[in-house]
Design a binder for this molecule. Sequence first.
Ligand code: SF4
Ligand code: SF4
Length: 432
Amino acid sequence: MPDYREMWKSLKMDIEKHDQLCEILPRFYEDIYLSQENRPEAMNYYNFVVSEVHGLRIQELEEHRSKGGKVIGSFCVFVPDEIIDSGGAIGVGLCGGSEFWEPDGERVLPRNTCPLVKASIGAKISSTCPYFQSCDLIVGETTCDGKKKSWEILRDYIPVHVMDLPQMKREKDNISWQDEIKIFMERLETMTGNRVTTEKLSESIKLMNRKRKTLMRLYNTRKSHRLPISGKDALLISQIAFYDNTERFIEKTNELCDELEKRIEDSISVFEDDTPRILVSGTPMAIPNWKLHHIIETSGGAVVCEETCTGTRYFENLVDEGGKTLDEQIKALADRYLNINCACFTPNMGRTEDIVRLYREYNAHGVVYFTLPFCQTYATEFKKVKDVLDREGIPVIMIETGYSLQDTGQIKTRLEAFFEMLDTDKGRAASK
Ligand code: SF4
Ligand code: SF4
């Protein structure tokens, strides 16, 4: 990687502390990713993106800013990318996926806060995340309590705009979410000096839909009986989708899909035929949280799909492209986004229906329900999900784990026992 120290200094980063992070990540990536056998050739692009994660992409963001452009950071798949893009800004999903940032988060947050929130706040207050340092505005949302209260703390460090997400899905909630989208759009317009027009928004809606279709194409390859790509690699691609240049991401991911579809034709798989196929469902896995996928795929399982916000919740359902006025387009955005079944909603049976549907579509043998510690919404929702899965005869295990690797052995033992009892002959005929 070229020397980006001057750029990092100009972003007021804590260089010494950042060096510590830069030392850990490459080794971690090598152990988890580069050690895999028979990876698709096209994964080289994503290897490159990871190797330049704090370099080239940041340089691109800084070039945009040097011409007066703005960078907007967000933490949730409810923040509409289409509005950011049509306002001429660049959106980046901010990651809070590393244990490295938790102690800094704990300086200002209670210890019993979910690791994702602690790490996100810690990344900012430690000045070690160049994405955070490049952001002109952070967009938060009122999803869970941990996040909601953290925005008040984050405001001391960076401008924050909070979108008030309704927690039910009635008509009045849809109207209220349309209002929130408009308020955000107006703030963005004031900040960037650019007007969001029907034409620009229409282009952005089409662009983001293309990105969703590309991710859908990638996920479709994972429905195959012979898996052309590991779950770990698919997760990495989803994580990169949150911050890479959108056009380039679409192009490179379509190239990868060409290769994966060819692999399926040629019966090339990265796993043995009788490997238990696992649907992971639950809280998002922000980069570089690869822990659970790595444990599953080194304990005899293969992850075939993620019902998470770093999985299907990010790209399923397109925005209707037919809106002729800004109001119609904003309504179309509200309709699409309120289709996301986050556990912050009540009731939220749509998510359980999604889990059952995805289990069948991806020919899974079992479900691993994942929650981060202190995530009340996802942990509480497990009861409702399990009741339905039990009724449907779908095996499920709940794993609650944070970013620390200390419990790896214990999780491995539980998963190995779970995989043992799965009927891996089930559905084979249907999936061939
Ligand atoms: S789990 Fe809910 S709060 Fe978290 S990113 Fe997804 S939609 Fe947002
Ligand atoms: S994992 Fe749960 S507690 Fe953590 S930010 Fe997401 S919804 Fe909130």
